[in-house]
Design a protein around this ligand. Structure first.
Ligand SMILES: C[S@@+](CC[C@H](N)C(=O)[O-])C[C@H]1O[C@@H](n2cnc3c(N)ncnc32)[C@H](O)[C@@H]1O
Length: 431
């Protein structure tokens, strides 16, 4: 097989990344956007040792599950790889992906169907728009897949309406001088419709724009400049200046008030966050006698939600601003049985000696370390509830838990990231 060759193919399956899978002379070829049972004329664009990539030239037989993407840029932007597929089928692909992962790893547990959204659009409460200036023209939008070039977008159908409105205003009023010193604009919204904006870059030339924004939008409650002159891909720098309002905004989770610093983590889908945490609480089967550890606690969202049902919660988080928020959130919600520690979670569990009934873990994508798992199981909790945004590291870690005598009973996938390849899972591990 060679680059630029044309083939007529039948799509056998779709991966969790939205790539159609075809076989040509026994070799696997991945074709972005092609759906199961579709026939197409494809062009080979890249040939590697074990597989190749193709692109659709002409669709000859179209799947009944194909839908018109709501976003005109869906096929160019790297954000949504499934907008062309009926939403219920997206959920099936996500469930099947998790099921196959567990089967391949010889893990015998119940994988439930993915819980999706009634309305899977305009759900995100956080967007990071990259900015570039090319030939004195400002480009803002999202990165193309596997690239640093920007697909210029005027709106995004998975971001909240408030984020879209403020983004469009910023884009329309951004001049070349300001844009040249910026890398990203981060915009967050909450369920009350309030908005926080963080301009990220080398120098602050946005004061005039900030004035225009605050004159035009009463719901913008916080604007910051975050200095980032790093050469790598890390979006936020260390130092910042508040340009308007405060450095935190408020969110809510299951009627708990959550103060959120712009550097702190918060689930990007507020509705599905509640679905996920309800599942986690259900699996944890909490009682008033339970002493709970909430590892990777962020701004204390899970801790604050479960505190009324248990004896005591200890949250552990590494980002100092998030821990500050978490302590404030305990006060805001009048919770006296919860405290927060600013420490690396695996170091904390290594030293911790107190009786523990339930451990919640909600780590970043890379999951837990082997030593961390060993120290968690060394506390002999009755139940571990593992929330994960990466099914691959979840499976790896579940295998390690199983080696120590904990058994994974059930995994519940929740679609937090509709139309994209992201997926959140919550699972219960018990002795
Ligand atoms: C997926 S978020 C979960 C946050 C929180 N449970 C929630 O629901 O909002 C992961 C959190 O782990 C924190 N984190 C990352 N590495 C850590 C470590 N080594 N020890 C403790 N916390 C860590 C991050 O700052 C982030 O707040």
């Amino acid at each position: 097989m060679r680059k630029n060759e044309i083939y007529e193919v039948l799509c056998l399956n779709v991966t969790n990344q939205g790539y159609g899978v075809v076989r040509i002379d026994g070799q696997v070829v991945f074709v972005p956007g092609l759906l199961k049972e579709e026939k197409a004329r494809i062009k080979i664009v890249k040939v590697l040792k074990k597989y190749a990539f193709g692109k659709i030239e002409e669709l000859q037989i179209v799947s009944k599950d194909r839908v018109e993407p709501k976003c005109p840029k869906a096929s160019q932007c790297g954000g949504c790889c499934f907008q062309h597929l009926a939403y219920t089928k997206q959920l099936d692909i996500k469930t099947e992906y998790v099921r196959q992962l567990f089967i391949r790893n010889h893990l015998d547990c119940t994988i439930k169907d993915t819980l999706g959204m009634q309305d899977p659009f305009y759900y995100r409460n956080k967007a990071q728009f990259p900015i570039q200036v090319i030939n004195d023209t400002v480009y803002m939008g999202f990165y193309r897949p596997h690239s640093n070039s920007i697909v210029d977008c005027d709106s995004c159908v998975i971001q909240s309406k408030e984020i879209n409105e403020v983004y469009q205003f910023i884009k329309a009023n951004m001049n070349v001088k300001s844009a040249k010193t910026l890398r990203h604009v981060l915009i967050r919204s909450n369920v009350q419709g309030q908005v926080q904006i963080v301009f990220i870059g080398k120098e602050n030339h946005v004061d005039a724009l900030v004035k225009k924004i605050t004159e035009s939008f009463k719901n913008v409650v916080s604007i910051l400049f975050n200095k980032n002159d790093r050469e790598d891909n890390v979006i936020l720098g260390d130092s910042y200046r508040v340009l308007y309002g405060l450095e935190s905004m408020h969110q809510t989770c299951m009627s708990q008030k959550i103060q959120l610093h712009f550097k702190s983590f918060f689930q990007v889908n507020s509705k599905q966050m509640e679905v996920l945490y309800l599942q986690a609480i259900h699996l944890a089967n909490l009682s008033k006698e339970d002493r709970v550890i909430d590892l990777y606690s962020g701004v204390g969202t899970i801790g604050c939600v479960i505190a009324p049902y248990v004896k005591k919660v200890t949250g552990v988080e590494i980002v100092p601003e998030a821990v500050e928020n978490a302590k404030k959130n305990a006060q805001l919600n009048q919770l006296s049985n919860i405290d927060f520690v600013c420490e690396d979670a695996s170091i904390f569990v290594q030293k911790y000696k107190e009786e523990t009934d339930v451990v919640f873990v909600d780590p970043p994508r890379k999951g837990l370390s082997e030593a961390g798992i060993c120290h968690i199981t060394g506390l002999h909790p009755k139940r571990v509830v593992y929330i994960s945004c990466n099914p691959n590291t979840l499976v790896r870690d579940v295998k390690l838990f199983e080696e120590t005598g904990y058994h994974c009973k059930v995994v519940q996938p929740v679609d937090m990231f509709c139309h994209t390849n992201g997926l959140e899972c919550v699972c219960l591990l018990e002795k």
